[in-house]
Write a new protein. Sequence first.
Length: 388
Amino acid sequence: MKTNKRNAVWSVMLFIVSALPIFGQANNGGGGGGGGTTTVSPPTITPTVAQPVKESDGFAPTLPITSREVLLANNKRLITTVATGVNSSGFVYGDPGVKTYAEKAYVPSMAGQPDFSEINALVVSIGNFVFETRNPDDNIEMRVTYQTKQGRAVFQGIQYFKLVQNPNGIYAPPSPSINVRIYPSDEQLLNVPGADWVEVSFLSEKGETVQTQQMKRDEQTGMFFFPLSWAGLKNIQLTAYRQNQDNGTTAKAVYSAQTGGRQPTVTRSVIPSVSIENTVIVPADKNVVTINMSDEQSARSLRNGVSPLVQITFRSPLRLSFYAEIPSEVANGFWMRQGNQSNWNYFTINKGQGTTIDLGAGVYDIIIDWPTFGRREDSFSNDGHGKN
């Protein structure tokens, strides 16, 4: 051990002897907090009600998203490398004996069956660190990650500690080993076979879609990021899409996060029908027109306190008879112009008697002149920013 003067460089040997997986919560960082280990029972896989999958469909009948445990078990299979290291802003380098980082490939002893006990032991076997620091009062970070072959961390943990000065003025770690609690990454990797892109839909308590967004894709693995908090939720749906380059069509599959199974889609046809509010469109060549509360089109507008725009269409010359009244008053008259004209012509209305006009073929607009109905008494402020 080097001298203990404050301006000296301190050399410390540190051993990792434990790395404990914790699955009770998702966390990408760690601290010095305590708490017991959560024991996870083997998950019960909910039977899926899957839409029949066509042989040429290319999508999986189910996805492993029914619970956090299922996601974690699948991501455990992706671990091919463990990495660990210590770091601090006060570290100095150059001494050949310094070792602050180590990583090693993991190969399960039973082929294709990763074992967390083996993975943890591998961390301990490679984590014999020696570091030098210019400031023994700095925080020191110890990090452990379990990675995919592409280097993506699927489980990780951080523990911070400080060197402790003993009565002789010697600085040393608080214990021979620093325990690092390993947590699953907040976003786990999800393989969606056959998908070029995936959308996630969030449903309300009524089952209505309130938001849809595209899931992020990990360019390193080609998998999709699936937050642990979504696993098993009944109000989340995933829709996988694949663009078929040969014929330009798009294949799709919808999955429930609660069951993991395929869900059917509904295909129906519908055509629009439209009605323009506050407008009365008179059937073509109808030449006797009365606007009052007994006419359904007129009444809907009149009940709203709005005088409707009236359109009439003659495909040949006809004589128009036009009349307008409501229970409280008879219209004074009306303005009329042909659709391709600019000027409006005014015609008076006599109570109880339609006004007749000979018209040529064309489309005509009529604006009714009421004594009081539908007239607005709006005024506007001096600054022109709105009415009083």
